[in-house]
Design a protein around this ligand. Structure first.
Ligand code: ADP
Ligand code: MG
Length: 484
């Protein structure tokens, strides 16, 4: 929370911005008495004096508030509107509502099962905070699926697993900081979630903050980017409080701060503040601390003063065990010979193995066939052989779409929204999503849009194909050509 004076000023700024975008009578009627109660990177909470105002803003004017925050602070927030008719709004209530909103937002963005990403990014897109009084909200969190119970232990990850369980039970006692490293797709994020779940279960009032190197960096840079000096100070202060005000801080993929000097500097302070206050810090990275180039010596030696464990690629036995568990969890029947085949052939990345099962499942579902060895061989040929680079495929899709929809290729990435261009663009997005392993955010980058837009484009085309045979045929044809 900002302090009272800061909130006063933010309230003024927000109202002034709204005033510019609405006629003055409507402004005085609905917004004159608005107060900002809280603002974070994700949420703005405001109050108005009556239920009528609340309902009206909620249904008609909410966007003005959201847009004002975007204009003023370059933050993409959701808005919560309260009315004070029934009394003062407590901080606890706002905090709880904020969590629900954040969790719900993430949930809604999950792609449909058949298109679920094989990369972890969909569930790794941000921070979450648990602060536990309201367990049911948190139960909705996507990260709760990852626990110690569904982590399969073998010789390559036993040490990491064991250390994680100890840290969850005895935080800040033995291993602090705790650093896990290993190549992508071997369960680091899974273990972080498992720790945070176990820990919040044990210590119900503890405040756990999960984030990743990228979020942390962006959040820090945002706090610096404010033009107005005074606001900048407030943001920085907000940033600092946020990361220092927790009992356990987990930062995934900390290697992201490589090369980012001022972020490293700031992290050093975050680190020290938490460490000296006896709070647990847990970090993961795709390599050992000393191999993170440009990581300042100070940080490296801090990391090394705690416990560092690594995760190695799984052996065959572990791979089969994991595949068995995953297919069971997904509720699909995969014959042993197929599991064995997958385990034999995909050896270094568990995420890829999961992706293969999902793909097989989607394929057998759509074509109404059972999962056989032949199907597996055909269906995951690309994973096995490493297909042509994805960007070649993307280029092919764009060029085919441009021809078939008679839309210039550069318009596909433009902001133009005429019906023809928007349709062609959405179909391109849909096909890319279907035939590549690119995540929503990555596809978003290609088209200069955010993941939510990509997600809704995919959905809208998917719905359309159900009723529009000619479109659906066109898509099949383009997909086939693009894959060759
Ligand atoms: P990383 O963060 O190391 O890139 P993730 O934690 O995202 O990897 O793991 C990728 C996928 O593999 C996740 O779905 C995770 O649940 C699964 N996974 C990895 N290791 C195991 C394991 N030992 N047991 C069960 N699932 C695992
Ligand atoms: Mg990860």
């Amino acid at each position: 929370m900002f302090d009272f004076n800061a909130l006063n000023e933010i309230t003024q700024n927000v109202k002034n911005d709204i005033k510019k975008n609405i006629d003055i009578d409507a402004y005085s009627l609905w917004f004159e008495a608005l107060d900002v109660l809280k603002i974070t990177d994700l949420v703005i909470a405001v109050s108005v004096p009556t239920a009528v105002k609340q309902i009206n803003i909620e249904s008609r004017y909410k966007n003005l508030i959201i847009q004002a925050v975007k204009n003023l602070y370059d933050l993409n927030v959701q808005a919560i509107i309260y009315n004070t008719q029934d009394g003062k709004i407590s901080k606890e209530r706002v905090d709880a509502d904020e969590r629900v909103l954040i969790v719900r937002d993430v949930k809604e963005l999950e792609p449909p099962a058949a298109f679920r990403d094989t990369s972890a990014e969909n569930r790794e897109f941000g921070e979450f905070i648990t602060n536990n009084n309201n367990k049911s909200d948190i139960n909705r969190s996507f990260s709760l699926e990852y626990t110690f119970d569904n982590f399969v232990v073998g010789s390559s990850n036993r040490l990491a697993y064991k250390a994680c369980t100890i840290v969850a039970q005895y935080p800040a006692a033995k291993y602090n900081p705790f650093f896990i490293h290993g190549p992508s797709g071997l369960g680091k994020t899974h273990l972080l979630y498992a720790i945070s779940n176990e820990y919040s279960h044990q210590f119900r009032n503890a405040r756990v903050l999960y984030t990743n190197g990228e979020e942390y960096t962006n959040s820090f840079i945002n706090s610096l980017s404010e033009a107005n000096r005074q606001q900048k100070q407030q943001y920085l202060q907000y940033f600092r409080e946020k990361y220092r005000n927790c009992d356990m801080l987990l930062i995934d993929d900390i290697q992201f701060i490589e090369d980012k000097e001022s972020t490293q500097e700031e992290f050093f302070h975050t680190f020290n503040a938490l460490y000296t206050a006896g709070k647990q810090i847990i970090l993961t990275s795709d390599r050992a601390p000393r191999n993170i180039k440009t990581l300042s010596d100070r940080l490296t030696s801090r990391f090394e003063s705690g416990l560092i464990v690594d995760i190695q690629p799984p052996d065959l036995e572990l791979r089969i065990a994991i595949l068995k568990l995953k297919s069971k969890d997904m509720g699909i029947k995969v014959p042993d010979e197929v599991l064995f085949f997958l385990a034999e052939n995909i050896s270094t990345n568990i995420r890829q193995m999961e992706g293969a099962i999902k793909k097989l499942n989607a394929y057998s579902y759509v074509n109404n066939t059972s999962i056989t060895l032949e199907l597996a061989k055909a269906c995951i040929a690309d994973i096995l052989s490493g297909t042509e680079p994805i960007n070649v495929t993307v280029e092919k899709v764009l060029s085919l779409i441009s021809q078939m929809f008679a839309v210039p290729q550069e318009e596909l990435k433009s902001r133009k929204r005429t019906k023809e261009i928007a349709l062609a663009r959405n179909v391109a997005i849909y096909i890319i999503r279907r035939i590549t392993d690119l995540s929503l955010p990555k596809i978003g980058k290609i088209f200069g849009r955010d993941h939510a837009t990509i997600y809704s484009a995919v959905n809208s085309i998917e719905d359309e194909t159900k009723i529009n045979i000619s479109l659906s045929n066109k898509i099949e044809e383009i997909s086939k050509l693009a894959k060759n």
